[in-house]
Design a protein around this ligand. Structure first.
Ligand SMILES: NC(=O)c1ccc[n+]([C@@H]2O[C@H](COP(=O)([O-])OP(=O)(O)OC[C@H]3O[C@@H](n4cnc5c(N)ncnc54)[C@H](OP(=O)(O)O)[C@@H]3O)[C@@H](O)[C@H]2O)c1
Length: 329
C-alpha cells in the first residue's frame, strides 16, 4: 500500500482524498517508481474538474514526478533499478497518476536524471520544460529578431518559456496579473512585462512593435485572452493556444483569421510532440542542457506536502503561485 491523492468524482479541490492504494508489481515494460517530488500542473485542476476527463474513477491525479526506480518488469531495458528518473504523463497511453508515494509507469517514458539536477527541480521542470521546448522549437521556432508575446509569463511554464526564448535571442513581452509577477517576469527573460489588470495589452504591444504586432503569441490562458492575442498579431502571425487556465475558448468564426491578417492558429498539446522515446530523449536532452548551462533556471517557489494537494490546487487556481510548485510525498 502507498499513500495517494485520488478523486472519486469530479469537482473542486475538496474532492481530493489522501488515501491508501494498492499498486502491485510492474508488468511487462513497466517500472515501479518511488516518488521523491511531484510536479503540480494546471492540467491537474482540469483533470480534477473533469474538463480533461480521466480514464476511470476513482483515479490518482498528477502528470509529473521525479523519483527512483525500485523495480522493473519483464523486457525493460531503458532504465534499471536505482536510476534517478523523472517523467511526464500525457495522452491516453500515459495517464495521470503521480500524486502518490509511488506508481507504475511505462519505462520507455522515463528520463534518467543527471546528478546535477535535484529531485525537486526535476519535478518542477519535466512537463513545463518539455512544453516550453516543443513550443519554442517545433510549434513556432523562435529565434533572434522575433518579438514574442507570452501570457502568464510568471507561471510555471511561463518562466521557463520566457527565459528560453530570451536565450534563443527573442525579445519577450510577458503578460502577468500583478506588479510582483511583472518583477519576476522581468528577472526571467522578459524584456517588457505588461500588467493585464492595469494596462491595455493590445495598445502596449502595438506601441512596442511600432504598430506592426508580434509574429507569435503563446497563450495558455484561453477564454479571457483569446481576442487580445489575435489582436496583438502582425499579418500572417501565429496564435499558439496551449491551455485554457481562464476557461475554454468559445467557438469562433474562421473567417476572422482572414480579415485580421491571414492569421494561423494552432491548439498544441504535449502528447503530440513527444510521440516516441527518441523524441522524448532528444527534447529532454535539450531541456537538461539549457538548465545545466544556467540559461534556464527552474524556479520551484512553492512546495506543499502531498497530503495538502487540495491547498496547492487552491493556490494555483487563485493565481497565487509564481513559477513551479511541487508536492512532497
Ligand atoms: N498544451 C500543453 O502541452 C501544455 C503543457 C503544460 C501546461 N499547459 C498549460 O499551460 C498553462 C500554464 O500551466 P502551469 O501549470 O505552468 O500554470 P501557471 O502558469 O503556473 O498558472 C496559471 C496562470 O495562468 C494565469 N491565469 C490567467 N487567468 C487565470 C484564471 N482565470 N485562473 C487561473 N489562472 C489564470 C495566472 O497568471 P497571472 O496571474 O499572471 O495571469 C496563473 O498563475 C496552463 O493553461 C496549462 O494547462 C499546456
Amino acid at each position: 500500500m502507498v499513500k495517494a491523492v485520488r478523486i472519486h468524482e469530479y469537482g473542486g479541490p475538496e474532492k481530493l482524498r489522501y488515501e491508501d492504494i494498492e499498486i502491485g508489481e510492474p508488468g511487462p515494460g513497466e517500472a515501479y517508481v518511488r516518488h521523491t517530488a511531484i510536479g503540480l500542473n494546471f492540467a491537474d485542476t482540469h483533470n480534477r474538474e473533469g474538463r480533461y476527463p480521466l480514464p476511470s474513477l476513482p483515479h490518482v491525479l498528477g502528470g509529473e514526478a521525479a523519483g527512483v526506480v525500485e523495480a522493473v518488469g519483464p523486457g525493460v531495458t531503458d532504465v534499471k533499478v536505482g536510476d534517478r528518473v523523472a517523467y511526464a504523463a500525457g495522452g491516453p497511453a500515459f495517464p495521470p497518476g503521480s500524486y502518490a508515494e509511488a506508481r507504475l509507469f511505462d519505462a520507455s517514458r522515463l528520463v534518467v536524471l543527471p546528478d546535477e539536477i535535484d529531485d525537486i527541480t526535476a519535478a518542477g521542470m519535466i512537463v513545463k520544460g518539455l512544453t516550453a521546448q516543443y513550443l519554442l522549437k517545433s510549434v513556432y521556432p523562435v529565434g533572434p529578431g522575433d518579438t514574442i508575446l507570452v501570457h502568464a509569463a510568471a507561471g510555471g511554464v511561463g518562466l521557463i518559456l520566457s527565459q528560453w526564448a530570451n536565450h534563443l535571442g527573442a525579445r519577450v513581452i510577458g503578460v502577468v496579473s500583478s506588479p510582483e509577477k511583472a518583477k519576476l517576469a522581468l528577472e526571467n527573460g522578459c524584456r517588457h512585462a505588461l500588467v493585464s489588470t492595469r494596462e491595455d495589452v493590445v495598445a502596449r504591444v502595438r506601441q512596442l512593435t511600432a504598430g506592426e504586432g508580434v509574429p507569435v503569441v503563446f497563450d495558455a490562458v484561453g477564454r479571457d485572452t483569446f481576442d487580445i492575442s489575435l489582436s496583438c498579431l502582425r499579418p500572417r502571425g501565429t496564435m499558439v493556444s496551449f491551455g485554457t487556465a481562464s476557461g475554454p475558448v468559445p467557438p469562433f468564426d474562421l473567417f476572422r483569421l482572414n480579415r485580421m491578417g491571414s492569421l494561423t492558429i494552432t491548439s498544441a498539446a504535449f502528447a503530440w510532440f513527444v510521440r516516441s522515446r527518441p523524441e522524448l530523449l532528444s527534447r529532454a536532452a535539450d531541456l537538461i542542457d539549457v538548465v545545466l548551462r544556467g540559461a534556464v533556471k527552474i524556479q520551484v517557489n512553492q512546495t506543499f506536502r502531498l497530503a495538502d494537494a487540495a491547498e496547492a490546487h487552491r493556490a494555483l487556481e487563485s493565481r497565487q503561485t509564481q513559477g513551479a510548485s511541487v508536492l512532497i510525498p
